[in-house]
Design a protein around this ligand. Structure first.
Ligand code: ZN
Length: 367
């Protein structure tokens, strides 16, 4: 039977849906880290370190799961990320709540960022448990932006995508995408406590320092425990997938620039165990940051070559680099990454642009 929940129809796989992504995963496997993803049928929390547990929640879209990290917090639980909005996710939480492990329940719900696989069940979980939600202000704003009136959103999307020379069909695909994206991010109406990078949070007498990860979303917060050298990464650094960095409606105009510059200070952290939102815990955090930097450098070089060899307009560049996903509701997840690369190359002066009278932008590699 075909499911018709918004989960099933919504392209929630924000990460890794591009031609080059699989290749990078293979490269990473070749470097010695096997991308063994946890089973999505078993949603029993698994202890991964002293006071740290993983609850792998199901996702209909690849990569098939999202890790909620559970930190022991006195007799209760400090929860990091909540899974998608959907029955399977709620069933998993309810099973946890009915298990002896649950003890005094959830004390706080921390959201690394406001993408559907992280925030989708947060409003529900906060209502069920009465726990406060902690999130960064730019992520709260992103959640609220999704809730604007659809006609206003569609008008803004049309203006934004016209600037990128997207045709009518692609604009319609993006409007469809955003409608389902908005459906998958219910607004949290209960108590929200705003957190910021640089602050610390005490959980079970351990201090966690908050770090900022930019570019994937407005402000993916990472949680770092300096004594144990544990780092909860959200989606900023994943072991097997190149994090999707795309231009988004109402968000930073050069997301790849800020993603790469925020990766540099993160890569200097001493990390013994990195706990990602997708994939298994990993210990080669610094090396992984370097791999991501070089994966993006390769993609930027590839785009520069494509422009150099005469593919100078957006439709032509997308046709050359985008693949089949351009003709699906995933258009934005692919095109948005290419737009992000164009924006970075423009900002650093590697390419320049001219706009014709019809608004068609033409790109040229600078000398
Ligand atoms: Zn995610």
């Amino acid at each position: 039977m075909t499911t018709t929940t918004s989960d099933a129809r919504t392209p929630l796989a924000i990460n890794g849906s591009e031609k080059g992504a699989k290749k990078n995963a293979e490269e990473h496997t070749a470097s010695g880290v096997t991308p063994t993803l946890p089973s999505t049928t078993d949603t029993t929390p698994e202890r991964v370190a002293d006071g740290v547990w993983r609850l792998a929640l199901p996702m209909k879209a690849p990569p098939g799961h999202i890790n909620s990290w559970l930190l022991e917090d006195g007799n209760g639980w400090f929860v990091i990320d909540c899974g998608t909005r959907g029955k399977d996710t709620r069933n998993a939480w309810q099973a946890f709540m009915q298990s002896p492990l649950y003890r005094d329940g959830i004390t706080r719900i921390f959201l690394t960022h406001a993408h559907p696989d992280h925030i989708g069940s947060a409003a529900w979980l906060a209502r069920e448990t009465g726990a406060p939600v902690l999130m960064a202000e730019p992520e709260r704003q992103a959640m609220l932006d999704l809730a604007v009136d659809a006609s206003q959103r569609n008008a803004e999307l049309t203006t934004w995508l016209t600037h990128w020379n997207a045709g009518e069909k692609h604009i319609a695909q993006c409007q469809f995408f955003y409608q389902h994206f908005a459906d998958a991010v219910p607004v949290i109406h209960s108590d929200i406590q705003i957190v910021s990078a640089g602050e610390t949070i005490n959980v079970n007498k351990k201090v966690w320092r908050l770090h900022e990860g930019l570019g994937h979303t407005p402000c993916n917060i990472l949680l770092y425990q300096p004594e144990q050298q544990w780092l909860i990464t959200g989606d900023q650094v994943l072991p097997d997938i190149v994090t999707n960095v795309s231009t988004w409606w109402r968000q930073d105009k050069n997301p790849l620039g800020i993603y790469l510059s925020s990766l540099t200070p993160l890569s200097t952290l001493a990390v013994d165990l990195a706990l990602p939102a997708h994939g298994d815990p990993f210990s080669n955090f610094r090396e992984r940051c370097e791999q991501l930097q070089s994966a993006h450098a390769q993609r930027l070089a590839q785009l520069t070559d494509v422009i150099k060899t005469g593919h100078t307009t957006m439709p032509d560049i997308l046709k050359k680099l985008g693949g089949k996903a351009l003709y699906s509701p995933l258009f934005l997840l692919v095109a948005g990454q290419i737009y992000a690369r164009i924006a970075l190359l423009l900002s650093e002066g590697t390419i320049t642009e001219t706009a014709g009278e019809d608004g068609q932008r033409t790109f040229t590699v600078s000398n």
